[in-house]
Design a protein around this ligand. Sequence first.
Ligand code: SAT
Ligand code: MN
Length: 627
Amino acid sequence: FYEVHEVVVRKLGHVPIAKGDFHYLPKKVQRYVAKWVQICKPRAIYICDGSQDEATEVIHKLEERGMLHKLKKYQDNYIVRTDPADVARVESKTWMCTEQKYDTVPHVQPGVVGILGKWISPDEAAEHLENYDGCMAGRMLYVIPFSMGPIGSPLSKIGVELTDSNYVLLCMRVMARVSNDVWHFLREGDGEFVRCLHSMGCPRPVQRKTINHWPCNPEKVFIGHFPDKREICSFGSGYGGNSILGKKCFALRIAGCIARDEGWLAEHMLIMGLTNEKTGKETFLAAAFPSACGKTNMAMLTPSIPDYTVRCVGDDIAWMRFDKDGVLHGINPEAGFFGVCPGTNMKTNPNAMLTCMKNSIFTNVAETADGGFFWEGLEDETDPHVTITDWLGNNWRRGQPGKAAHPNSRFTCPAGQCPIIHPKWEDKKGVPISAFIFGGRRPTGVPLVYEAFSWRHGVMIGATVKSEATAAAEFAGKSIMHDPMAMRPFLGYNFGKYLDHWLSLEKPPHKLPKIFHVNWFRVDEEGQFMWPGFGDNVRVLDWIIRRCEGDDSIAIKSPIGYLPKKGSINMDGLGKINWEELFSLPKHYWTSDIEENIRFLDLQVGEDLPQAIRDELAVQKKRIEEE
Ligand code: SAT
Ligand code: MN
């Protein structure tokens, strides 16, 4: 099947190799590429090396085609508009495929629609895979070697993405470590890699009318994961988590399964380091929030008090392993930030703004006539007279109904450009994690911060995370949704087993992080936020760090966990904060909340729910009733 000319293979079957040396790829990769080339029938194969020349070439092609153009206000920033039918992750078409259904999803109660992952049988998946037949006709197939995590770190994993989208290639270059070195590493190591196939599902000649030069196939979207084969097959969408496969598909769903098998954690968590300016001591925290809850803002927080210096290790995903002394070490497997644009500005997140002043890709944002980006939240930082074009390409006037930028519009920027990126963010050992923080948007009932009584109690708190719905997925409207561990859309296997895995970590010599829950979003009777949030959140983190250091004088027991003792959070200079209300635990709220949680987990996880979690729920219910 391979045609050898001199040393360099120029053709694979009849398909020319436009760039790269096929022979140089490890044998397993060759077989993987050859298999899909035969099925997808691209016009040529382009083996990526991660070089700058490569980026220049691809960007040039995309510019020529009109799919992307330069934002001339900055250095190498580009704007892309998608087909309006392809703007977010498509959870309804995201599947985990295993032989056994209950390896993937829990035993939900009869008649209940499970929301903790979607299972598809190998036979049904095979039907979707038929769509790949000829799906790349007339298009280039890019072979992308990448590492999640620093190349060569024992905590990292290798992937190879095949895609017919050069936009995806550009994003992968930012979000993962795309490099020729990956081939060396694969050859020298165990040779294992995660197989990532992506197609826009638009072979030439194109059947469906292409909008904004953005080929996609919304009717046939399929995001399939095959954990037993360490394989991902994505079809029909070019957007974010659907197509940048190193991110949620690999680093959370597939890695979640690998982590279960190998005894570590792959979580939807930011990692940040806070250095106490007086003592010089640094503490690392990992925090899990549902998509679009301000995780990126927290990861790069600008402290409002001088006590701490904050540095960012990662804003979305954490891979964590206990070392031989039982210390949990975490890395950020990604190399870039894929952040929500609306709401991001020099006040809410100056570090994110400064990170994306160059070498970044903006998707579905609005544009100013002088070549700048624009989105909701940038009003005060944008010339009021400048003409604005909205994300759909229409003229847009301030104050008109509707949004200039899509609510899920994103910046894709290299993490290394972040002004407060941690010097150890690429450290192969990772950083030691002292605490896990869960949170969500909880307008009522939930205090600013509380601490779990124990690891098990903390796992229960994580299992009952809820939040107001976001724009990151296809849901409309605002409702409080369960998002256990902030992993609901990203679970790679049965959530009951996932909880078992978390519980199983409580064993020697593991030094378990303390677990906390925070809520920046509580509102008062007038609907006003009770807590200023953003840079002032460092005051809460300060309390958390002092708890990690063992300060017993600052906490009091409550039915739901330890609460800060009145006055133990630094509120200097904050103006009026209603401590009582911010920390109140309305009994009727918590009574119905615990009942709702018990019902939810019973319906959704059923017999797979670990007894330890049932017990924690029962004890918490009793504490609330007896209060
Ligand atoms: O899944 S995406 O990578 O598109 C973004 C998110 O949901 O946080
Ligand atoms: Mn996320």
